[in-house]
Structure formats: structure tokens, C-alpha cells
Design a protein around this ligand. Structure first.
Ligand SMILES: [Zn+2]
Length: 397
């Protein structure tokens, strides 16, 4: 039952999304960009909050660590004090014992009274006895108060030990909180980067559509088709001069030595850096940079003689256009590469040349994979009208 529902939901998505995407207008694109920007801002705000939380947590850790330090100092002081008081109690007890011994001697045997107290008279003895009692009571009080203080220090030690464990627990949970906040921040950053590149793409596309003269409520792909068909002045050659060095179709590969399909027409006779022009007006619909086989590649979607085409320029040394840019037949899309200048990344070219591919339909909207682009390939030489292999031309028209 759940599976069925899931399948129905997926099916609805498949049904709904493409229709919605196809019906997109400039106004909707603007809304989409505004939503993306709001989302980007939201990520930035989340990041800022996380950063503030990290600061607060770090301050809190510092405070707790300084409390631990202070407590340690207090503990040491308390321990020193207890040690000192314990010694004093011992000394006090000794003194008391002495006094007690004297008292016992005094009360037990009169003969020793004079000797012990060195009293000169009975009055003097009574006086001395009273003093002795005061001394004993004072000493006892002092010992009691010292014992009290030591007991308090023991309590303080227990408190500080417990408190330290508690603070260390809090610090370690704050540290893991900080760690997860950093994780969150990198998540927000990644997401924000994705959104930013979506915004860039969408804005590029929007500018392109606005420059084409599409109206706010006009359906975008209809507008693109309309404009491309009116702008089009037919095919031109991609290079001012050149000659075909390898045909489209099956051939012996210069790389593998085996017979294999060649996805385009190779044009030689130009050094690296020579400008490559668009063979028809249209839109840059895909850019691939520094592929290990094919190198820098520009795909231009055009509308020629009532049909959709995608032209592909491969092995470029430089790319001179950006995605969704409008190009005309006088637009330089890039420069010839494939020789020493592109050897750093390119492994599928043996020397400077332009590989010109041509397919029907629009790469990026009618199909989105390289495999389906290849299944749409046609022979550029016969389609746009280039001379036979080895025959030079010296004009683009
Ligand atoms: Zn080629």
C-alpha cells in the first residue's frame, strides 16, 4: 500500500515538473531567482547564528576553565591552611597536656604547688589557678575553631572536586556542541555555494532572455525559438581559413590506430590561438572545461532553417563565451587548441585543430547526456557545406 502511494507520488512529480518547467516565463524566472537569493541569505544568517553560538560557547568554556583554576587555587590554599591548623592543634594539645599535668599535680599534692606554680602565696596561687583555667578554656576554644575550619576545608574540597567534574562535563558538551556547529557551518557553506551557482546560472539565463527581447509573460522556450529563428542568417564556416583533415563517421583513429566512430569533422591548417567563430547564431547551451578527452568545449544551440541544432567546438585553447550567452556568426566562441598549449589536460588530440561536432536538437533542453547528444550527430561538412578533405578555403562564407 505504501509502495503504491510512493509510486503514485513519484508519477505525479514526473507529470507535473516538466510541464511547469516548460511553461516558465521571465516573471517566474525572476521569482525563482528571488527565492534562491532569499534562501542564500537564510543560509548566511544560519551561518552567522552558528558563529555567534560558537563565540558564546567558547567564552563559556573560558569562564568555566577560569573557575576551575580559581577553585584549584582555593583548594591549595585550603589544604595549606588545614595543614598549618593541624600542626597548631597538635602544638596546642601539647601545651594543654602540659597545663593539665600541672593542674593535676597542683590538685593532688600541695607540696608541688609552689614548685609548679612558683606561687609566692595562697592568693597568688588562686590567681595563677584562675589564669590557668582561662588559658585552658582559650586553648580549647581555639582547637575547636581550628577543627571547625579544617572540617569546612574538607567540605570545600568535596565541593570543588564535584564542581570540577561538573564543569569538565559542561566543557566537553560545549566542545561537542562547537564541533557540530562547525559541521553545520560547512553544511550551510556548501548549500550556499550551490545556491550561488544556481543564482549565477539563472541570472545569466534571465539576462540572455531579457536581451533577446522576451516579454515578462512570454513562455521562455517559445521566445528562444522565435528569436533564434529571426536572428538566424544561416550557416557560416567556423574558421576564416582551413581544410578538413578528418571526416565525421568511421575512420582509423590517430590515437588508438583502430577503426572507430569520429564524432565530428576535424579542421586543420590553423595554429593554436586562431579565433573560432559560431557557425550559426544561437545560445551557448553548455560549456565543458579541460576534459581529458575533448578539452575545452563550447556547445551552441541554434535554430537554422526551421530546425534545432547544437554545434560543438572541441579542443579549444581558450573559451571566450559564457553559458547562456547569445552568440552570432561574428562571435568568437574560443580559440584553436589541441597542440602543445592544451597538452596539460588534453590527451585526445595530436596537434592544433578544431573538432567541429554538429547534432540535431538542443543539448541541455531536448536531451542532457553526452550519449544522447552523440545519438543526434549529423555530418557537419555536408550540413553546413565545407569543402572535401584537404581542400583549403579562405573565407567563412
Ligand atoms: Zn576530431
Amino acid at each position: 500500500m505504501k509502495n503504491k502511494l510512493f509510486i503514485i507520488i513519484i508519477f505525479l512529480f514526473i507529470l507535473v515538473i516538466p510541464f511547469d518547467a516548460k511553461a516558465e516565463t521571465i516573471a517566474q524566472k525572476r521569482k525563482e531567482i528571488a527565492t534562491l537569493k532569499a534562501n542564500y541569505q537564510a543560509q548566511q544568517n544560519k551561518k552567522k547564528n552558528a558563529q555567534n553560538n560558537i563565540k558564546t560557547d567558547e567564552q563559556s568554556i573560558k569562564n568555566k576553565e577560569s573557575e576551575i583554576n580559581t577553585n584549584q587555587q582555593k583548594l591549595t590554599e585550603a589544604e595549606n591552611e588545614s595543614e598549618r591548623l593541624t600542626k597548631e592543634i597538635e602544638e596546642g594539645k601539647k601545651e594543654l597536656t602540659n597545663v593539665m599535668e600541672a593542674y593535676q599535680v597542683a590538685s593532688g599534692d600541695n607540696v608541688y604547688l609552689e614548685y609548679v606554680f612558683e606561687a609566692t602565696s595562697y592568693e597568688d596561687l588562686v590567681y595563677r589557678y584562675a589564669i590557668m583555667e582561662q588559658v585552658m578554656s582559650y586553648m580549647n576554644d581555639k582547637i575547636d575553631s581550628y577543627k571547625d575550619k579544617i572540617k569546612k576545608n574538607e567540605e570545600l574540597k568535596v565541593y570543588i572536586t564535584n564542581r570540577e567534574a561538573e564543569l569538565n562535563n559542561q566543557i566537553s558538551s560545549l566542545n561537542s556542541e562547537i564541533e557540530s556547529l562547525y559541521d553545520d557551518i560547512s553544511k550551510y557553506d556548501r548549500y550556499a555555494n550551490d545556491i550561488q551557482s544556481d543564482i549565477k546560472d539563472a541570472e545569466g539565463f534571465l539576462n540572455y532572455m531579457v536581451n533577446l527581447g522576451c516579454k515578462d509573460s512570454e513562455e521562455l522556450s517559445a521566445c528562444q525559438a522565435r528569436v533564434n529563428s529571426t536572428n538566424n542568417i544561416g550557416w557560416t564556416k567556423p574558421l576564416v581559413k582551413g581544410k578538413i583533415t578528418s571526416y565525421f563517421g568511421y575512420r582509423i583513429s590517430p590515437i588508438t590506430g583502430r577503426s572507430e566512430g569520429h564524432s565530428g569533422t576535424d579542421i586543420g591548417g590553423n595554429s593554436e590561438g586562431t579565433p573560432v567563430y559560431a557557425i550559426a547564431s544561437g545560445t551557448v547551451c553548455k560549456i565543458i572545461r579541460k576534459a581529458s578527452c575533448g578539452g575545452n568545449q563550447v556547445y551552441v544551440c541554434s535554430y537554422v532553417n526551421g530546425k534545432k541544432y547544437t554545434a560543438c567546438y572541441m579542443h579549444l585553447l581558450n573559451i571566450n563565451v559564457s553559458l547562456y550567452q547569445t552568440v552570432y556568426t561574428n562571435t568568437v566562441v574560443g580559440t584553436v587548441g589541441g597542440g602543445s598549449g592544451t597538452r596539460g589536460w588534453e590527451t585526445c588530440s595530436t596537434g592544433a585543430h578544431l573538432h567541429l561536432g554538429l547534432g540535431t536538437g538542443w543539448y541541455g533542453s531536448d536531451y542532457t547526456t553526452y550519449t544522447s547528444w552523440k545519438s543526434h550527430l549529423v555530418d557537419a561538412r555536408t550540413t553546413i557545406g565545407l569543402p572535401k578533405m584537404g581542400v583549403w578555403w579562405y573565407s567563412r562564407y
